[in-house]
Design a protein around this ligand. Structure first.
Ligand code: AMO
Length: 441
């Protein structure tokens, strides 16, 4: 039995030798004299060829021909054979002459096609993921995460894993999933916010986490999921949100450089997108000024929305791209009224916070801030927001024992990938999307 295989991408080094390849059937061309199969694995596609012996003037039994005739697209097979170079073969000029073929698992006809709706594709996501674009996407994600983790490790950060079951909400009371928890109720973490701050009280100095976050958000937008991967960092001894932004932009520049180096050409070929390694520093524009800029360009962010709305984000991004040649922009100094109580306010203007949103290619990918570390001010700010300090007692507890000034950010991994690859929805980039009406597969 076959115990090892050569990846299709590595075949070129094995010309004129015996090879063993394994993957799934892409297409079969079952002709009278010769059969062709395109076999795909995670690294590429190769043509298999079998000259039939069961046809012609002296027909002989041909079990391989029978097996190939019975193959359906999607079936997983292992093949041993001789690899030949043949310039006429469009697929990389290589061909494997089949010596032995084993069917590992037959497949039903795929229920999805190239033009199937995203919902239909998500119903059969594992088949959708067989597309080369999807395979590349998850390799890009792997490189992105690896590069960020490497940057953090090289810079002395500690990786933490905070609990996703919590006794009280981490963000707002809205968008909260409750789960029965023995005699009580637990909440699914909306963000590692509290616990990454606790790492500052623990004297860890610099921490990061890459983990799931949950939001009971009933919306069906292209950028919201009920479960997503949140990329978080928190650092001590910041003077303001400026220190957080400086870390954030260096991290992203390092990660994008790694993605460009490893996958730049493939991304261009499969997605038609040129990856740009962002220059430092990223542009910074106070939110109020950003709103004026988009207003001057003909779009007024609705008044009830003190935040930037998605159209405003798109327009300010367009402006920054045009005027400053940058795909990223930090919108800074959000009003206290639209920021959580734990954001530090300006010393000279309590109406503004030391916070930012990071916009990339037209949409928000992250929120960051300096935190309020002085417990008396923190309590006052919570009360100012109508919160009863008892409600956030668990959070306040560690502040009683001293916390250095600190700040950090949370960034949605799926949003970064969607905007990097110019895809229309995070549903396309999340391995298995979770939304208000999707719990499977
Ligand atoms: P915020 O709520 O802005 O901030 O979330 C941070 C980032 O997480 C991503 N995100 C989402 N992605 C997909 N689906 C969702 N429903 C969703 N909600 C949020 C976005 C967003 O920018 N604790 C703060 C972060 C901090 O200050 O450290 C927080 O959670 O990319």
């Amino acid at each position: 039995p076959v115990t090892s295989r050569t990846l299709v991408a590595d075949l070129a080094a094995a010309i004129d030798g015996p090879v063993s390849v394994a993957g799934w059937v892409d297409t079969v061309r079952d002709q009278k004299k010769v059969q062709f199969v395109v076999l795909r694995d995670e690294s590429g596609a190769v043509q298999l060829v079998h000259p039939r012996t069961d046809a012609g003037e002296d027909p002989q039994p041909d079990p391989i021909a029978d097996a190939i005739s019975a193959l359906t697209a999607g079936t997983f097979i292992r093949v041993e054979g001789d690899l030949k170079h043949d310039e006429r073969v469009k697929l990389g000029g290589l061909e494997v002459k089949v010596g032995r073929l084993d069917v590992a698992a037959a497949a039903l006809d795929s229920p999805i096609a190239e033009d199937s709706s995203i919902d239909k594709r998500l119903d059969y996501r594992w088949l959708d993921l067989r597309r080369p674009e999807m395979n590349l996407l998850f390799r890009v994600q792997t490189t992105l995460l690896h590069a960020m983790r490497t940057w953090w490790v090289d810079n002395g950060y500690i990786e933490i894993h905070t609990p996703k079951l919590m006794a009280s909400p981490s963000e707002s009371r809205a968008e909260l999933f409750q789960v029965p928890y023995f005699e009580t109720t637990a909440y699914l973490a909306q963000s590692p916010q509290h616990f990454k701050q606790m790492g500052q009280a623990a004297g860890f100095g610099k921490v990061f986490e890459i983990g799931p976050a949950f939001r009971a958000d009933p919306s069906f937008t292209s950028r919201h999921a009920t479960e997503f991967v949140s990329v978080d960092a928190e650092i001590s001894w910041v003077d303001s949100h400026e220190d957080v932004m400086a870390m954030h932009e260096q991290l992203l520049a390092a990660a994008f450089a790694a993605v460009k180096e490893k996958h730049g050409a493939e991304i261009e070929a499969l997605f038609g997108v040129e990856v740009t390694v962002p220059s430092l520093p990223f542009p910074r524009i106070p939110l109020a000024e950003a709103k004026e800029i988009v207003a001057a360009r003909g779009y007024t962010v609705p008044r009830h929305d003190a935040d930037m709305d998605p159209e405003g984000e798109r327009r300010i991004s367009e402006y920054v791209k045009e005027q400053l040649g940058h795909e990223f922009v930090f919108l800074t100094d959000y009003a206290s009224s639209i920021r959580p109580y734990y954001h530090r306010r300006h010393d000279d203007d309590a109406g503004l916070t030391n916070s930012y949103d990071l916009i990339f290619n037209g949409a928000e990918i992250s929120t960051g801030a300096q935190r309020e570390h002085r417990i008396d001010v923190l309590v006052a700010q919570a009360q100012d927001k109508g919160l009863n300090p008892d409600e956030i007692g668990e959070y306040l507890e560690f502040f009683k024992y001293g916390v250095p000034p600190h700040g950090g950010f949370g960034m949605g991994l799926a949003r970064v990938l969607m905007l990097l690859l110019h895809l229309p929805s995070i549903r396309e980039v999340i391995y298995l999307f979770r939304g208000p009406n999707r719990l499977e597969p």
